[in-house]
Design a protein around this ligand. Structure first.
Ligand code: ADP
Length: 578
């Protein structure tokens, strides 16, 4: 199916197809990575945004609580201490989130508060060695939040100390307590996005972790464990109050190291800094991008199929074109061979014509010179004084015959040139064939007598007349009869007969002569063609007779052909229209 050229095309196209597919795969992988990076970035910034929202929420919640207490503390300057209880109750009930709000008098004893069941009334801070925050507030005269501590109830709690000064005199503090779990339940427990969320305070202690992966109340800052070290580094940034994105590796259940994205955002409230962190394994991003991979894979496969099909199609098209081209070349080669063949035979023909011309020139010279020398000899005889009258008559007869012979020769030359130039004119008239045949036979009678040849005329009496040029038809008969007599040995026979058809008559002139060899039969109608063209031939002639006859017959719409058997005889057959 494939030629060498096609095969090299095939290889070329296959290489191009493979390169295209490789490029698509390369670009696909590159764009995959780019898409992965973009999705990862988007995912991370979304996570950070969510992280910020959570932190802002907690921050506002805690600051609001402080503000409420501080407002009461300011008002207390004008009201007696009994007022605390009712005010604390109002705040406790209207602003949810407080575990207890209590008044600690200037000597450090808890004297009142709300709700009573959460109050250790009469508890003295100094006696229990827990007065440091109290003293700090007294000194700084500013709200102070102590680090998260374990409460009596075992839960983690945060203590907000607001100082109380009446007319510049320290009157104790309002201590409000918020359970860490109240904050985390409100803001972190319902966190439902992927990954896990955790909360640490400024010492790096875990206050909350929804996945329980980190140990509550534990500090990871000073760990030596490699994995927790990364976590510790991130924690360090968190307790510095920065906001950001980071990565760390955690060990999955089956022992693999899983890369995680972590975002963190601080919660600033007075002297405290907390930080909320959210972590997510990178595989979560991969699952998001998975559908993009599937689509890209499908695209690559489809492109590959498309390129391969396209390449096959191009190869088939090329081989088809090649085939068409080859056929065209073969056809053109055949045409060139044909025209070469034609040229070759035309060349042979030309050579033959040239040869014929040479022969013709020598023949014409011979044919012209022979009568001329005869005439010259006769004329010299006539010049002699002693020439008697019978010799004179014979000489004159000889001269006349030779003049006729030359006239015929010149006539033949003129005829053939008229036929060839298409200038021959016919004068058709209704012609009685009996009359024409009789005249023609008479014309050759003496010649036939000389060779003792009998001419048989076998024509039906009711032979229909034909419309033809009389003189030219006589010329045809005379010529054919002359040839028949010329080429028939002494004592032979010549027969003129006819066959009638619907629209035409067929005339036949048959002799019992030497016949014509098959390889000459096709050529005898060519001008100047003589089977024996040597000057030593027995019979004279110009080789023009038959071509003139052909021109006359065909010029009037007839045909002429010959049938001959060597040494048996020849029949010339021509048609005449009725
Ligand atoms: P030419 O004037 O030489 O006879 P033609 O054209 O009449 O020329 O004839 C061409 C050749 O055909 C002759 O030279 C002869 O060889 C051959 N030919 C013509 N008629 C006959 C015939 N009846 N029998 C045999 N050969 C013939």
């Amino acid at each position: 199916m494939f030629t060498r050229q096609n095969r090299s095309n095939l290889y070329l196209i296959a290489v191009v197809a493979i390169l295209l597919i490789a490029t698509i795969i390369f670009l696909g992988i590159r764009s995959n990575n780019e898409a992965k990076n973009i999705v990862e970035q988007q995912f991370t910034s979304q996570q950070l945004l969510l992280n910020q929202q959570i932190s802002r929420g907690i921050e506002e919640f805690l600051n609001e609580k402080i503000l409420l207490i501080e407002i009461i503390a300011k008002q207390e300057s004008k009201v007696p201490p009994d007022f605390f209880k009712s005010n604390f109750k109002t705040i406790y009930e209207e602003s949810s989130g407080f575990f207890a709000i209590q008044y600690v008098n200037e000597s450090g004893t808890i004297v009142s508060g709300y709700p009573e069941e959460n109050l250790p009334l009469g508890y003295n801070l100094f006696e229990n060695n827990r007065s440091s925050a109290f003293e700090t507030v007294q000194k700084s005269k500013e709200t102070y939040i102590s680090d998260v501590v374990q409460m009596f109830e075992g839960e983690l709690g945060l203590f907000i100390w607001v100082p109380l000064f009446i007319e510049g005199e320290f009157k104790g503090t309002i201590l409000s307590i918020i359970k860490v779990s109240d904050v985390t339940d409100r803001f972190l427990k319902n966190y439902s996005s992927s990954g896990h969320v955790y909360l640490i305070d400024k010492s790096g202690i875990i206050l909350y972790d929804n996945s329980n992966e980190l140990q509550l109340n534990k500090n990871y800052l000073n760990t030596t464990d490699e994995i927790n070290l990364q976590q510790g580094t991130i924690f360090q940034k968190q307790i510095n109050g920065t906001e950001g994105i980071g990565n760390f590796f955690e060990t999955s259940e089956n022992g693999d190291r899983v890369k995680c994205i972590v975002t963190y955002s601080p919660i600033r409230w007075r002297n405290q800094i907390w930080s909320v962190g959210i972590t997510n394994p990178v595989s979560n991003v991969d699952s998001l991008i998975h559908s993009v991979y599937v689509k890209q894979g499908a695209f690559i496969v489809l492109s590959g199929i498309f390129i391969l099909t396209g390449s096959m199609w191009i190869i088939l098209l090329l081989s088809k074109w090649n085939k068409i081209l080859e056929e065209e070349v073969a056809y053109k080669t055949y045409e060139i061979k044909q025209s070469n063949e034609l040229l070759r035979s035309a060349n042979i023909k030309l050579k033959e014509v040239d040869q014929l011309k040479t022969e013709f020139v020598s023949m014409v010279s011979h044919e012209l010179r022979t009568p001329l020398s005869a005439m010259k000899t006769s004329a010299e005889f006539l010049k002699e004084d002693n020439c008697n009258s019978s010799v004179k008559a014979e000489m004159l007869e000889l001269i006349i015959r030779n003049i006729d012979r030359q006239t015929r020769m010149v006539g033949d030359l003129l005829d053939i040139s008229r036929i060839e130039s298409g200038k021959i004119r016919f004068n058709p008239e209704i012609t009685d064939l009996h009359e024409i045949v009789n005249l023609s036979v008479k014309n050759v009678y003496s010649l036939s007598k000389e060779k003792d040849i009998t001419i048989h005329v076998n024509l039906p009496k009711d032979l229909p007349s034909v419309r033809t040029d009389k003189d030219k038809l006589i010329q045809v008969f005379v010529n054919l009869l002359n040839n028949a007599i010329k080429f028939t040995p002494t004592g032979g026979n010549v027969e003129i007969s006819s066959v009638e058809f619907n629209n035409f008559l067929e005339m036949r002139i048959k002799d019992t002569g030497i016949g014509i060899a098959p390889d000459h039969v096709d050529k005898i109608f060519d001008k100047f063609y003589q089977i024996d063209s040597t000057s030593t031939r027995k019979v004279g002639g110009s080789g023009l007779g038959l071509s003139i006859i052909k021109g006359i017959i065909e010029g009037q719409g007839g045909t002429i052909r010959v049938e001959s058997t060597p040494h048996v005889g020849t029949t010339f057959i021509f048609t005449l229209g009725k």
